[in-house]
Ligand binder design. Structure first.
Ligand SMILES: Cc1cc2nc3c(=O)[nH]c(=O)nc-3n(C[C@H](O)[C@H](O)[C@H](O)COP(=O)(O)OP(=O)(O)OC[C@H]3O[C@@H](n4cnc5c(N)ncnc54)[C@H](O)[C@@H]3O)c2cc1C
Ligand code: SF4
Length: 875
């Protein structure tokens, strides 16, 4: 991150005698105000004082900085915005006092700015409770880019981070702590998470999901003091709950216990302040002094402060309109004032969809609640309706927030329900769903920017905006929190379709192609590197969607090691370290056991390795042995020993072939009619390492009794008296699907030829993250079923692709090499694990285990590690 030099002035000297507007603060709302006030028209001279050393940036998307590290992409000011003679931005310079009589403001640089109109946009500051130790080194808040940099620096040597506060921002901070590789704890005083937005049912479900991801949640828990040593700063947190006091060992603490408006300057200047803080404003955002406006989180409007950006943007609009009118000599109130805002929110917290809409707590008299809670899938949905059941008042969604897009505008616009509530919550039940078309034009789709459905469809029809990017540019919809983007996409599609225009199905904003189209373009143009591909047929820098997709396509067309050069930067998290991250931050190691076959020597080797590294071992459903609990730095050594005993990567981490399971078949079973193990081994060795749109599973059964469950796999084989039956498109998991019989009684070489074609056709034509079961169904057309289509392509070779598909598979088979064995030979690739090497002495005290049957499992810290053990490290 670059920290800007002190005293940076962006912009030109101010010219002319136009009215002077001084803005204090350059956050999200101030920037919106500046854009709306037509500063470049030259009717005003505007100075902006910014305490932060950089122009306004997307604070709502703050956590993304840990993902991309690109400060520039978060900037809100359009390029060249401050290159105007009418505006100056003073970075790293704060206002320190306001003299309302003289209409001047004194700054931290000792300079005095005069104004005709003053706009207060100082936002909020995190509330930091005065617990002992709160000033210790290693205690942070989570508000600015600089805070994030400090947190990241401290996280380098830390193992555990605690977030004080389980509200929306606290959970964002916990996510950040966890994404930095630390074990994260959340300590919340209330009895549930996100108490402002969620009811008990939703919060309980959220807690379960979060805890499953390895984050420890401590509810109804009070922070007593932060423990520190002189040498190390923070070393832990003393907390207490009904069971009494205990200690959580931690080297990093983030305080996220609410926000307070930064109203001190206004208070000192004698402006009216709200009972619970904030500069009191009227509906036109004027303070008790008509020359002073307040907007955003610093303002107390309609009797309260508003902690979201959408109300701030509405205030910016109201104030800009009013100030422009005043410039034109109109003193009266202009346009609609700010009378309150929709506080609905939808966000992804630690990968869990969470949404809260309108009257989520059913506060309206007579409100009725319809609740759905599924403890198996961890999905919770509640809709609050009016006493006559005709209007949606609010909702809470956890685990699946797809219904947010339809529910929020319906709740906000107060329209009568155009269908059943079930149809909104469960569109897949077959009830008639309520799509965007059912909404009135006045329904607000983007609540951050207050953009209605009518404005979006109008932009499609009148301005020719035919994708989300164009809608963002024309209307600003979708440019803030982004939660309305799916709804916008759906509106754009439905509006275009109604006009008879083909709909854009781009992979992401960087590539205007589907995965399938990208595969063909890359093949035809023989592109071999991501940088070349994005330069020639894409735009921008790429994202988490397109990078792994391109990596997967390249692995088929231009095979190379996953960590080779540029490839390494494209991979998903698990591929990155060729291991699966587990809930306590350790990794699992899964060697390949083709067909589930393993020699006694192999078993002994696995046993010895697991014993020497203290790994928990378990036989999996895919007939291999998982070893859990390895630290990142241990992976190379574990694999060195496994490779020495003839094992190779099982690709348990990749979107690729996992296992080919088998029964014992004719060798041992008295019913067996073919050698199912032999075939399973052959298939597993043939297709190992094949990267695909999603994971692939397979099985071979030695007779129709089907002990290997081949019909629940992406491709499965069942022995017959005459040969083999081939099944395709099966799936277990969340959406089970019985596989379809593609061909019967095949000899082994025909069987393998068909599987080659099937897999390569899938790899070429499926969309991102599409399992074979869904892909097969997507091949269904008006003329033929998906299965009939596959039979034509694979058996009849109707598209003339057979030879090509086989050649592609032959190239894959010929170029296969074990990626772990290659990594061990390459110091550059091994260096990825080096930062964690020799960390035995730094072992995380919280990665502790408790006995579990004859082995062990990760301990649940608060319950299973006695606090006296932890207090030993506290001075
Ligand atoms: C991690 C995080 C996630 C969030 N997620 C969401 C979300 O999902 N949805 C949502 O709607 N909102 C979210 N918010 C809240 C949202 O960011 C705020 O509502 C919004 O930024 C408020 O804008 P503002 O301009 O009023 O204040 P700010 O953006 O805070 O800007 C105020 C600026 O004024 C500066 N300043 C203060 N005092 C002075 C002074 N005396 N002199 C000069 N400059 C001064 C401050 O340094 C700051 O740069 C989130 C906030 C955070 C921190
Ligand atoms: S599937 Fe048939 S051959 Fe295989 S184990 Fe079962 S009964 Fe035996």
């Amino acid at each position: 991150m670059s920290i800007h030099a002190r005293e940076t002035v962006v912009g030109q000297p101010i010219e002319g005698l136009a009215p002077r507007v001084l803005v204090i603060g350059h956050g999200m709302v101030a920037q919106r105000f500046l854009e709306l006030i037509d500063v470049h028209a030259g009717l005003l001279c505007v100075d902006v004082l910014s305490e932060e050393p950089r122009p306004a940036y997307d604070r709502v998307g703050l956590s993304n900085y840990f993902v991309h590290g690109d400060e520039q992409s978060m900037s809100l000011a359009p390029e060249g915005f401050f290159e105007s003679p009418h505006i100056r931005l003073h970075l790293d310079e704060s206002a320190v006092s306001i003299d309302r009589e003289q209409r001047t403001v004194l700054t931290s640089e000792g300079r005095e700015f005069s104004y005709d109109t003053l706009v207060l946009a100082m936002g909020s500051a995190p509330f930091v409770p005065s617990v002992p130790g709160v000033n210790a080194e290693g205690v942070f808040v989570y508000r600015t880019l600089d805070d994030l940099e400090l947190i990241r620096a401290r996280a380098q040597g830390a193992r555990t981070g605690v977030v004080i506060g389980g509200g929306l921002l606290g959970l964002e901070a916990a996510n950040a702590v966890s994404s930095l590789g630390l074990t994260a704890h959340v300590v919340e005083l209330a009895e549930r998470l996100m108490p402002a937005q969620l009811d008990l049912g939703g919060a309980t479900m959220l807690r379960r999901r979060i805890e499953e991801m390895g984050i420890e949640v401590h509810l109804s828990t009070q922070t007593q003091r932060i423990l520190e040593t002189e040498a190390e700063g923070v070393v832990g947190l003393e907390v207490s709950d009904v069971d009494g006091p205990r200690v959580i060992v931690a080297e990093l603490v983030v305080v996220s216990a609410g926000i307070r408006p930064r109203d001190a300057l206004a208070r000192e200047a004698g402006l009216e302040i709200g009972e619970r803080g904030g500069v009191v404003v009227d509906p036109w955002c004027r303070t008790s002094d008509p020359a002073v406006f307040a907007i955003g989180e610093v303002a107390c409007a309609v009797g309260k402060t508003w902690g979201l950006v959408a109300p701030g943007y509405q205030m910016a609009q109201v104030a800009a309109r009013q100030i422009k009118a005043m410039t034109e000599g109109l003193e009266a109130e202009t346009g609609d004032g700010f009378l309150g805002a929709d506080m609905s929110t939808k966000l992804k917290l630690l990968g869990v969809d969470v949404a809260s809409i309108g009257d989520a707590h059913a506060a309206e008299v007579g409100a009725l609640e319809l609740t759905w809670s599924d403890p198996v899938t961890h999905i919770y949905k509640k809709v609050v309706v009016s006493d006559d059941g005709l209007r949606v008042l609010g909702a809470v969604l956890v685990g699946d927030a797809d219904a947010y897009d339809s529910l929020r505008p319906i709740a906000a616009s107060g329209v009568e329900l155009p269908g059943s509530v079930e149809a909104l919550l469960f569109p897949a039940t077959g009830a008639i769903g309520i799509g965007p078309n059912a909404l009135p034009d006045s329904a607000a789709v983007c609540s951050c920017n207050n953009i209605s459905k009518g404005e979006i469809t109008g932009a499609v029809v009148d301005l020719g905006a035919c994708d989300v990017a164009a809608i963002k540019a024309c209307t600003r919809a979708g440019t803030s929190c982004g939660s309305c983007v799916p709804m916008i996409q759906s509106l754009v599609h439905s509006t275009l379709e109604r006009q008879g225009i083909t709909v854009d199905k781009s992979l992401c904003e960087h590539f205007a192609y589907t995965r399938r189209e990208l595969f063909d373009i890359i093949r035809v143009r023989q592109l071999t590197k991501f940088s070349q591909i994005i330069r020639e047929i894409g735009q921008g820098g790429g994202c988490d969607i397109c990078k792994p997709v391109i990596a997967s396509i390249l692995s088929t067309q231009a095979p190379a090691h996953v960590l080779e050069g540029e490839n390494a930067t494209l991979q998903d998290t698990n591929d990155h370290v060729m291991a699966n991250l587990q809930r306590n931050g350790t990794y699992s190691v899964v060697p390949r056991l083709p067909g589930g076959e393993v020699t006694p020597e192999g078993l002994i080797a696995i046993g010895e390795i697991a014993r020497d590294f203290g790994l928990y071992t378990k036989v999996t459903g895919g007939q291999r042995i998982d070893m859990f609990g390895a630290r990142l730095d241990q992976l190379p050594e574990i694999w060195r020993r496994l490779v020495a005993h003839g094992f190779e990567s099982g690709h348990a981490y990749g979107k690729s072939l996992r296992t080919v399971k088998s029964c014992v078949g004719s060798d041992w079973c008295r019913y067996g009619v073919q050698d199912s193990v032999g075939l399973a081994v052959e298939l597993e060795l043939r297709y190992r390492g094949l990267r695909s749109p999603h994971k692939l599973k397979s099985a071979v059964s030695g007779c129709a009794r089907e002990c290997a469950e081949a019909q629940s796999k992406d491709f499965g084989v069942i022995a017959t008296e005459k040969g083999w039956n081939l099944y395709v498109g099966g799936n277990g998991g969340m959406r089970p699907r019985h596989a379809d019989l593609l061909a019967s009684d095949l000899d082994t070489s025909t069987l393998i030829r068909y599987i080659d074609r099937y897999l390569m056709y899938y790899v070429r034509t499926a969309e991102r993250l599409q399992r074979t079961s869904v892909w097969l169904e997507s091949l269904t057309s008006a003329e033929e079923s998906g299965l009939a289509h596959l039979q034509r392509v694979i058996i009849e070779d109707a598209l003339g692709l057979g030879d090509e598909l086989e050649a592609d598979m032959a190239r894959h088979v010929g170029s296969y090499a074990d990626e772990w064995a290659q990594t061990l030979e390459d110091p550059e690739k091994l260096a990825r694990f080096r930062t964690f090497l020799n960390s035995e002495e730094n072992a995380d005290p919280l990665i502790q285990y408790v006995p579990n049957r004859a082995q062990h499992r990760p301990a649940v810290v608060s319950v299973e590690i006695p606090s006296r053990d932890l207090t030993e490290v506290v001075v």
